[in-house]
Design a protein around this ligand. Sequence first.
Ligand code: ADP
Ligand code: MG
Ligand code: MG
Length: 909
Amino acid sequence: MSDKHVYFFGDGKAEGNASMKNLLGGKGANLAEMNLIGVPVPAGFTITTEVCTVYNDKGRDYTVDLIKSEVEAKIKETEEAMNAKFGSKGEAFPLLLSVRSGARVSMPGMMNTVLNLGMNDETVKLVAEKSGNERFAWDSYRRFIQMYGDVVMGVEAEDGKHDPFEIEIDKLKEAKGYELDTEFTPEDLKTLVEKFKKVVHDRTGDDFPTNPWDQLWGAVCAVFDSWNTERAIYYRQMHQIPAEWGTAVNVQAMVYGNMGKNSATGVAFTRDAATGEDIFNGEYLIDAQGEDVVAGVRTPQEITVEGSRRWAKRAGVSEDDRKAKYPSLEEAMPEIYKELDATQQKLEDHYSDMQDLEFTIQDGKLWILQTRNGKRTGSAMVRMAVEMLDQGMIDEKTALLRQEADKLDELLHPVFEKKALESATVITKGLPASPGAATGRVVFFANDAEEWKNRGEEVVLVRQETSPEDLKGMHVANGILTARGGMTSHAAVVARGMGKCCVSGAGDVRVDYEGRTFKVGDRVVKEGDWISLNGSTGEVYEDKVATVNPELSGNFAKIMELAEKYTKMYVRTNADTPHDAQVARDFGAKGIGLCRTEHMFFEGERIIAVREMILAEDEEGRRKALAKLLPMQREDFEGILEAMDGFGVTIRLLDPPLHEFTPNDEASQEEMAKELGVPADVVKSKVESLHEFNPMLGHRGCRLGNTYPEITEMQARAILEAAVNLKKKGKDPRPEIMVPLIGTVEELKLQKEIIDRIANKVFEEKGESIDYLVGTMIEIPRAALTADKVAEVAEFFSFGTNDLTQMTYGYSRDDAGKFLPIYLNKGILKNDPFQVLDQEGVGQLVQMGTEKGRSSNAKLKVGICGEHGGEPSSVKFCGTVNMDYVSCSPFRVPIARLAAAQSAIELDK
Ligand code: ADP
Ligand code: MG
Ligand code: MG
C-alpha cells in the first residue's frame, strides 16, 4: 500500500493514466488518460481502490483521517483548474461536484452517481446569481437533495410505492395543473427543496447536511459502502470479480447540460454496439442533466442525421416532424457535433477499441465525462475485431484475445425460423436493444423470474423499465422486454453485456404489475403466457416461435481461422451419436474425446438385453444376453466412427453401476419381469442385491470389466468389428478404447489384455486389421499419483475431471447441491469446482499426472473430457500443462477452440 491515495486530473494534466486501472478503477484511469491526450474533461481527482480496502478493514474514521489532507489539497487544485470555490461564500463561483464510483471493471451493481454536491441554501443563491439562471440553480439543488437523500442517506420508496421525492413532485404538479417537470417555476422549485428536506428528516431522523465537506465525506463513504451491497456482491459472483479489488471514488467538477437550450447531455458509441457496424451513434437530450438519458424518462434524440433518420423510420415519424421535434445533434448543434465526432475518432484510435462515451455540452462547450471500451454483443464483438484487423488498427493476436469466449456462445444460439416468423403474430414493436431470439413465459418481477427458472420454466422478464435490482431476474430470463427506455437504457446496456436478447422502449406496452398482465391496445397478455422476442428487429410475437441454428460463416469463420492458426491444442467433442458428432465436426472438432457407451444401452430393445445380462445367474447366461447386444453396439460404433472418419474416437467402456439400468419401483419391476419371462420376486431380489450405499465409489467403471470380463470382450469386439467393417468400405476409422476408473495399473493391464486378445481374434476372423489405441481415464487421485506406472501400459490419458474433482474434494456430485451454494455465498469456494476446474488442487493432480505419464511414455497422448473441457479458464489451464487436446460438448467446441488459441498466445508472451 503506497502513501499516495488521491490522484488529480484536469487542465490537460493528470497524475494517473490508462494503465492504472487496478489502482484508479476503469473510470478514473480513463479520466486521467483523456486529460493527457487533450480531450476536455472537467477537473477532479480519484481516491484509489486501495483506500476502499482500508475502509472495509478499518472503518470510516480511520479512513477519513488517512486521506483528509490529500483530499483537501486536491480540492484546491480542482478549484484552481475550474476557477471556482468549494463552499464559496461569494468570492467565486461555487465549485459543485459529482461523486462517482468506479471499479476496475464497470459494475452496474455499484452506487449511483451523486451530482451537484456542494449545494446548500447559500450556494444555490450564488449559483443563481452568477449563472443568471435561477431556475437552473434551484433545479440543481432539488436534484442534489433527491440523489443524496436516496443514495447516501438511504431514503427509499415504501413497498410498492413511488419514491417519496417523486410523490412530492407529482403532488405539486397536480396542485399547479402542470403536465411536465419543465413547467416548474423557480418558486415551485424552492418549495420542492423545502419539501425534500422534510422528506429526508421524516425518513431518516437526520437533517440534510448543509456543510459541503460533510456532504463530500458522506458521499465518498457511501461509494465505499456500496462495494458490499447485496447487488454488488451478486454481480461480483456472477462475473468472478474478487472482493479484494475494491472500488475507487471519482470526485469531479460538475458541468451542466441543463443550463438551457444551448446545453445538452448524451451517450455515444464509436461503433454500433449491437451489430458491430463501424458507424458513430448515440443519443442526447437538450437541457438535461445526468442520468436523464439513460433513465428512459424522456425520449432521447439521435446524435447523427443518419441515425436519426433510421430511428424516425422505425418509429413511424415523418421527416418534417423529425427535423422539427427530434433533430439530431448534427443538425441542432453542427459545430459541437463536429468536435464530438473528431473526439470520438481520437478516442477510438487512441484505445484501438470501440469506445462508449458520455458527454455534456455546457452552454456551447463540449466536455467528455467518461470513456470506456464499450460493451457489445457477441456478433458485434466478432465483427468489430475482424474489421479493426482489416483496418489495420489491431493485429491478429489482439483480434483473438479480444474475443470473450463466453460471448461467442451467443452466436452459436438459435435464431427464429424464417417460415415460423412468417406466420407469427407481431404484438408490438420496441427498440432492437440486444439481438437474438428469445421465447419464454411472461413474468413481471425479477424474483418470479428466478423462482420460475428454478422450477424449470423458460421465462421472459417484462418490465416498465429495469433497474439494477432486476439484475438477477435478467440473468435467468431468456429475454427482456421493457416498455420504456432507449437504446442506452439500463435494460439495453445490461442485456447487451450479458449477451441476452432484449427489446426495450416498446411504448405501446402497458404494464399492470398488480394485475400481472400487460396490454397492447386491447390485447391482454397474462403472466405465464408465452411470448417471443426478436432482439435484432425489436419485434414482439405472440406464443412460442420456432427457432433454428445460426449460420457460422463470415466474420465468425474468420475468427475461427485465426484460432486455428495460433492454437497448440486441438479440440475434440463429447458425443454419443453420429448426429452430435457431425454437429461438432461442423464446429471444427477434430475427433471425439468421450463417447459414453452406456447411453446406447437405454434405447428400445437394448435395455431388455442389458437387463437380461444383469439378471443372468452365471457367465453363460451373461454371454447369451451380451451376444444380443453385440450387433446393436457394432452398428452404433460404425455410425459414430464414420461420422468422425479420419479422426480419433475415444470410446469409453461401460462405466455406471448396473443398478442404473434396473427400475426401482415395484410396477416397473413387474413389467421388467414380464418382459424377461421371470418371476417378479427374482427381479426384486436382484435389484436389492445391486443396492449400494455409495454407488459412486462402488461396483462401477473397470471394476465391472474386471469382474465380468465378458462385458469388456463384447464391447471391444463391437468396436473393432465396426472399425474393420468401415475400413473394408474404404474409410479411415481410428478407435481409441478407454478403460474407466482405474486406480492401479493392474486394473488397466487386465483390461488391455482382454482388448488386445479380442483384437487379434477379430483381425484374424475378418482378414483385415486396423490401428487402435488402448488408454485410460485418469479420474481417481491414485491414478494421477502413479501415472508413470499407468503410462507404461496406457497409450493415452484422458482426465475425467468430473470424478477427479469429486474424489479430490470428497464432494459427492449428486449431493453437493445442498452445500455448494452456501459455500459460494460465504466465499469458502470462489467457484463451483464442477464448473470451473480447481487449478490449485485438482489442477496439481492433472499436471502431475501429465508429467509423470509422459516421463515413462513419451508418446502418451493427453486430453481432458470432463465438463471443464468447454470452460474457458479451465481450457487455458490445460494449455499450460501442454495437453494435446480438450474435449467438450458440441456447442462449446468453438468456445474451446478460441480459449485454446488464447491460451497459446498468452503462453507465448
Ligand atoms: P455510470 O458508471 O453509471 O455511467 P457515472 O459515474 O458515469 O455513472 O455517472 C452517471 C451520469 O452522471 C453520467 O452519465 C453523467 O451524465 C453524470 N455526471 C457524472 N459526472 C458528471 C460531471 N462531472 N458533470 C456533469 N454530469 C456528470
Ligand atoms: Mg468510427
Ligand atoms: Mg457513466
